[in-house]
Design a protein around this ligand. Structure first.
Ligand SMILES: *Cc1c(COP(=O)(O)O)cnc(C)c1O
Length: 398
């Protein structure tokens, strides 16, 4: 398919003003009133197939793995939000990463951020290595480490910024120019930042991935993933492989995420302001040893954060010194919910060493700085005073 047509098909046919600002794009892009009824909200097209007018003549929809209007509206919407020509929605963030991995062939090599999401590491290390793919994990905060890991079979650089839970950053502009000097793709998992805070395509990324489970849906009630692609060959391949492998996002979840992206800018403004306020509160607290948050001047890459991010997001990690102190804190919170995951409107608190990163070997954990006293918060959009009061009373017991 011609890329111009594909772009129009996936992102273009909404009557948005040509220079619509970000909140307007989030709210409207990819959606038009339902052609059958005028419904302002794209309906949940809960159907498996479509009746054809006559043999060989249909309305562009044949079978719902291949085409679904609700899913396609979401794909156009998130493509526009990330500033790319096309997006592909999948059943989970991991399924989205799996689809991107099909751009590789046996023998290929990938350079990966060393503190990449645990599920991504598990998939690369336990599944894809069986297909003769190889991975080198480096501190992508240092571009020279990435450069040194590139070899003749390298095809891709796969980064997360900020990383989980240490909040290390990768300079996206530097990573993109390095990748392109070596004819590699730069893939960015943008889940932690959200496209409100950071749009990697503007810095040269070739592919952007999200677990829509997190900030894009934002309401802790759906699991999904998306890939935004920029290269014509990648768009053609992902169009093919989304249908061929079939791990598509269902219509109800697509509808939920579409509802979520309408308020992305409003939610992220609050996540940003609550995140910064809570990080400052924690940094000044006598029981807190260290706070990892890119919005604090004490963060080693604070300048890069200011250049590359708009606000600093809602993810904070902080160290209370010991497993015992962390346990007392986590058992004392009332408003913050003790749970894995992130990016929802409600504040979640977790213990990386025993929860999200329990499967990471202890030596690797300590090399990354994930101590037993480290606590992670996904700051929600509650009133900031209620959050600081809850942490104050819990820290008293820590
Ligand atoms: C959650 C997450 C994933 C995986 O997404 P699922 O929707 O849980 O499959 C991938 N990357 C990052 C950074 C995540 O936080």
């Amino acid at each position: 398919m011609d890329l111009a047509i594909l772009t129009e098909y996936r992102s273009g046919f909404v009557k948005l003003p040509p220079h619509a600002r970000f909140p307007t794009v989030c709210l409207h892009a990819g959606q038009e009133p339902d052609p059958a009824t005028g419904a302002i909200i794209t309906p949940i097209y809960q159907t498996s197939t479509y009746v054809q007018d006559e043999l060989g003549k249909h309305k562009g929809y044949e079978y719902a793995r291949t085409q679904n209007p609700t899913r396609m509206a979401l794909e156009r919407n998130i493509a526009a939000i990330e500033g790319g020509p096309a997006a592909f929605a999948f059943a989970s963030g991991m399924a989205a990463i799996g689809a991107v991995a099909t751009l590789l062939k046996a023998g290929d090599h990938v350079v990966v951020s060393e503190d990449v999401y645990g599920g991504t590491y598990r998939y690369f290390d336990k599944v894809l290595t069986r297909y003769d793919l190889s991975f080198t994990y480096v501190d992508t905060a240092k571009v020279e480490h990435v450069a040194r890991a590139i070899g003749p079979s390298t095809r891709m650089i796969f980064v997360e910024t900020p990383t989980n839970p240490m909040m290390r950053l990768t300079d996206l502009g530097e990573a993109a120019s390095l990748a392109h000097r070596h004819q590699l793709r730069l893939v960015v998992d943008n889940t932690f930042a959200s496209p409100y805070v950071q749009r990697p395509i503007a810095f040269g990324a070739d592919l952007v991935i999200h677990s829509t489970t997190k900030y894009l849906n934002g309401h802790s009630d759906s699991v999904g993933g998306i890939v935004v692609a920029t290269r014509r060959d990648d768009i053609e391949w992902l169009t093919f492989v989304q249908n061929a492998a079939g791990a598509i996002l269902g219509p109800f979840d697509s509808w939920l995420v579409l509802r979520g992206t309408k308020t992305l800018p409003l939610r992220m403004e609050r996540h940003n302001s609550n995140g910064l306020a809570l990080a400052e509160y924690l940094a000044a607290h006598p029981k807190v040893r260290r706070v990892h948050y890119p919005g604090l001047p004490s963060h080693p890459q604070h300048d890069l954060a200011r250049r590359q991010m708009q606000g600093f997001g809602g993810m904070i990690a902080f160290d209370v010194g010991s497993l015992d102190a962390a346990r007392r804190l986590l058992n004392a919170v009332r408003l913050c919910a003790l749970a894995e995951s992130l990016g929802g409107v409600e504040t979640l608190i977790s213990h990386p060493a025993t929860m999200t990163h329990a499967s990471v070997p202890v030596e690797r954990r300590s090399a990354l700085g994930i101590t037993d006293g480290l606590v992670r918060i996904s700051v929600g959009i509650e009133d900031i005073d209620d959050l600081t009061e809850d942490l104050a009373q819990a820290l008293e017991r820590a």
